[in-house]
Design a protein around this ligand. Structure first.
Ligand SMILES: C[S@@+](CC[C@H](N)C(=O)[O-])C[C@H]1O[C@@H](n2cnc3c(N)ncnc32)[C@H](O)[C@@H]1O
Length: 288
């Protein structure tokens, strides 16, 4: 666990099975959860069988969603990321566990498309935004300085609102495009193939929480959610079953790398009306 100097923000990465953790029952206290589980697509995980019967896999996720629902305050939010082919499963299990659907976010990949011979190539991943209760308790309407496109009729001076299509966040694919942000060992090998981009968590946490809130990530991996929550002054709890990834996340949190520093994105969001409130910068030096 780490805290800021005033002791107000706490960031924890716990080595545990998330369902075991959630079953302990910790009351309604989470404001926002980000769910990025293994996708059951045959990837190589040390502590997870990624090739299960879909009914078993979705039954397991359903239990997790039900517990997170209990762990969430009224109006709290969840962002659930998956492969687009699983959208019907996602909708079903979210509904059955009490969540209210808000948006199906299309995260359009910038650098990779999976070709297919008998249907269109796949170039996006889906993220469902849902809430406990009809309306979110917090929804910060972000404005971004999205580049003017050739078909835009007028110049603009105050950016545009973020919509449910996110085509401005680069994924961390393998190879060159993963860039500096991808964590690697001394030989250059990726430490975690599924590491999420900092810019993705920045958008989610900024949109659906306030400083001081509690953010929960049951599949913390390399700790991307925690690294961003920390810089935005949110409390965060991450659960990760693989001890080697817990180590990676803790090291990453101890000393924030330039590649993880969110301040480079601030200018892009500068037209957001309450940016100073939702993204405090004063005293940042104290935290790192
Ligand atoms: C898709 S990755 C998440 C990557 C993460 N978003 C990041 O930025 O690094 C899913 C993670 O869930 C972990 N995991 C699998 N089963 C788990 C369980 N039962 N409880 C907690 N973590 C688990 C895996 O070890 C893996 O690191």
């Amino acid at each position: 666990m780490m805290s800021n100097e005033s002791g107000k923000i706490s960031i924890e990465v716990l080595q545990d099975d998330c369902l075991t953790y959630l079953r302990k029952g910790t009351g309604e206290r989470v404001h926002l959860s980000f769910l990025d589980p293994p996708f059951n697509q045959g990837k190589d995980y040390n502590y997870f069988d990624d090739e299960q019967n879909p009914k078993v896999y979705w039954g397991w996720l359903k239990k997790i969603l039900r517990h997170i629902f209990k762990f969430t305050i009224n109006g709290g939010a969840i962002y659930f990321m998956q492969r687009e082919k699983n959208t019907d499963w996602m909708m079903q299990v979210l509904k059955e566990t009490g969540w209210t659907f808000q948006n199906l976010i299309v995260w359009k990949k910038l650098t990779s498309a999976v070709p297919c011979s008998f249907r269109y190539g796949k170039q996006h991943q889906v993220i469902i935004f849902a809430t406990k209760g009809e309306k979110p308790r917090v929804f910060n309407k972000l404005r971004i300085d999205y580049p003017i496109q050739p078909w835009h009729k007028y110049e603009r001076t105050n950016g545009i609102f973020v919509t449910d299509v996110w085509d401005d966040i680069r994924e961390l694919t393998s190879g060159y495009f993963a860039g500096d942000e991808a964590l690697r060992d001394e030989k250059g090998k990726r430490l975690h193939e599924q590491q999420s981009p900092v810019a993705l968590l920045l958008r989610i946490i900024l949109s659906s929480s306030m400083p001081g809130d509690i953010v929960f990530d049951p599949f913390a991996g390399t700790g991307t959610t925690l690294v961003v929550a920390y810089q935005l002054r949110r409390n965060a709890i991450g659960i990760e079953v693989d001890p080697s990834y817990v180590d990676v996340a803790n090291k990453r949190l101890k000393s924030i790398r330039a590649a993880d520093d969110i301040s480079k994105y601030r200018n892009y969001y500068r037209f957001t009306s309450n940016l100073d409130e939702i993204w405090p910068v004063e005293g940042l030096g104290k935290y790192f």
